[in-house]
Design a protein around this ligand. Structure first.
Ligand SMILES: Cc1ncc(COP(=O)(O)OP(=O)(O)O)c(N)n1
Ligand SMILES: Cc1ncsc1CCOP(=O)(O)O
Length: 520
């Protein structure tokens, strides 16, 4: 019999110990297949070979009924005894070469991998697919470390594009992170994971069919988005010139629609960011509780995550809000305040980037430098003192911003005396603004709020939203600084809010000092 053609999209890995007690494992398998599971692995750690074979025969009856391949975890003897379609082995089990010898070439053979070296070896040793994990923390298997989507990508990138080796990601995969994992792990050379492997997300779910339907839907959306993104790198985007022309109508629409932005922000700036949002024409809701994050995700138009005054409950709320915003396709703006200043801030930034898809990252040079390090961009670095960058910045800031945007498949805005924005393809420098903005606390956070209001009404072009969001506040800064009643930072702060409200849409075009930067 030739090796079956396998669809790896949704791979159920069983575990009797975690099976929902309301049904048998066989029912879980059958329900999940009805919900869209395309491949099943029987993973039984407690059974002796005889009992394993007994159970495997029964499970095989179910999977054969639906023409879904069944693989056996770790035990080649059981796989051969029931004539399963293949087996999965781990790094501490029988070697891949040995397993292939025993199974023959007609069976599917998968191996677990957690490093690029293991993936390269699996390819050389004749595996059909690799399980890449552990992606996220999971109680099913205690991992020494988790890879996150970025670690998964590092492994995908060592597999040649033309190779036949298939890949699935495993570990903590749930319906609400599947899309993000698939989109974000896609390799720069165009490889996307072929599927997601799931234990508890299916076997422990109250309804295995519904859980599988949700997972498969999310996998397919993630896969399609990732493919579009890869193609998009070759597709034409709206030119910077046209983007600039769209700013006056964008500001008018913002004022007309007054989009609601969920802010999980810091104690220091909460009042100023709420007032800046209102002055621009948007509507803020400052809600730092994780409990209402899901409900809010359905009514707000964008979300700002700001790690300025870090507490665990803020972080929990940010992660909940970000994940739900992803599910609802609402833009997420991340302000990694002081990201490189402490280990806690750096780890939180990593956690946030690994838990959701961030649409726009806004930070100063030091914060963007930390993010570049976290996501593995080989760029020059900038030191931090508290929440401020030390030194004047990068020697080629535009290149750094573009590299991080390309790597993270998002828009990156780096604020400073000159602001830089890139979506990985289009990169601009914004030369508006006034030094007074740097002398009041929260002016950067207000820019994140402004970007979020623009992102809410420019869902298809977050680059335009980021540039418009910065420009609007920089113009307001210039206008405020010119006023006779502004005599220092205190009076500037009040005048700044006034001038955000007074901004005339046409000024977004006539007063903009924006330069396109061409990089290779
Ligand atoms: C698809 C897939 N990927 C990884 C694993 C883990 O296998 P292993 O490392 O052998 O760990 P155990 O499953 O034996 O706990 C898997 N089972 N499936
Ligand atoms: C078997 C295995 N290998 C790496 S993580 C994992 C468990 C995945 O379980 P869950 O989907 O419940 O997180």
């Amino acid at each position: 019999m030739p090796k079956p053609v396998v669809d790896y999209s949704l791979y159920l890995v069983t575990d009797s110990g975690l099976n929902n007690p309301s049904r048998t494992l066989l029912q879980s398998v059958e329900d999940s297949i009805k919900g869209g599971v395309t491949l099943v692995q029987l993973r039984e750690k407690e059974l002796d070979t005889e009992a394993f074979i007994e159970l495997a025969k029964k499970v095989h009856e179910v999977t054969k009924k639906y023409n879904v391949p069944l693989l056996i975890n770790d035990n080649i003897e059981v796989a051969l005894a029931i004539d399963a379609e293949g087996a999965h082995v781990g790094q501490d089990d029988i070697s891949c070469v040995e397993a292939r010898k025993l199974l023959g070439n007609d069976k599917i053979l998968g191996i677990s991998t957690g490093t690029p070296e293991e993936a390269k070896k699996a390819l050389a040793d004749g595996a059909d697919y690799i399980g890449i994990g552990t992606c996220f923390m999971t109680q099913t298997k205690s991992p020494k470390r988790t890879l996150g989507p970025i670690g998964v990508r590092t492994i995908l990138e060592v597999i040649p594009k033309e190779s036949e080796l298939k890949t699935v990601v495993i570990g903590g995969i749930k319906h609400d992170n599947t899309r993000r994992v698939v989109e974000h792990s896609a390799g720069s050379h165009g490889r996307i994971v072929d599927g997601v492997a799931v234990v508890t997300g299916i076997v422990s779910a109250s309804d295995a069919k519904i859980a599988s339907e949700q997972l498969l839907r999310e996998f397919r959306i993630g896969y399609e988005n990732a493919s579009k993104h890869i193609q998009g790198q070759c597709q034409a985007r709206e030119s910077v010139e046209n983007v600039l022309k769209s700013f006056p109508p964008l500001l008018s629409t913002l004022r007309e629609k007054s989009p609601l932005t969920h802010h999980i922000s810091n104690y220091v700036v909460m009042n100023d960011t709420a007032n800046a949002t209102l002055a621009l024409g948007g509507s803020p809701i400052m809600a730092p509780s994780a409990v209402e994050a899901e409900d809010l995700s359905k009514v707000v138009s964008s979300v700002v995550l700001n790690i300025g005054t870090l507490t665990e409950s803020f972080v929990e709320c940010m992660i909940e809000a970000g994940k739900h915003a992803n599910v609802q396709s609402k833009p997420v703006i991340f302000d990694p305040v002081g990201a490189g200043a402490t280990t806690l801030r750096e780890n939180t930034t990593r956690r946030i980037l690994n838990s959701m898809h961030v649409d726009i990252i806004k930070g100063n040079a030091g914060e963007i430098s930390t993010i570049a390090k976290i996501v593995g961009c080989d760029t020059e670095s900038i030191a931090m003192r508290g929440v401020d960058s030390l030194g004047s910045g990068f020697s080629n800031p535009a290149a750094v911003v573009q590299a991080v945007a390309k790597r993270e498949k998002c828009v990156v805005a780096m604020t400073g005396v000159i602001d830089y924005v890139s979506d990985g393809v289009r990169t601009v420098a914004i030369k508006n603004g006034h030094s007074y903005q740097g002398r009041i606390t929260g002016s950067g956070c207000m820019i994140a709020s402004s970007i979020a209001s623009f992102a809410a009404i420019s869902p298809n072009d977050h680059f335009a939203a980021a540039v418009a969001g910065i420009l609007a506040l920089n113009l307001a800064g210039e206008h405020a600084a010119r006023r006779d009643d502004v005599r220092g930072p205190g009076t500037f702060r009040a005048a700044f809010i006034d001038e955000i409200a007074n901004l005339v849409p046409e000024q977004m075009l006539t007063e903009a000092k924006i330069e396109t930067i061409q990089l290779n």
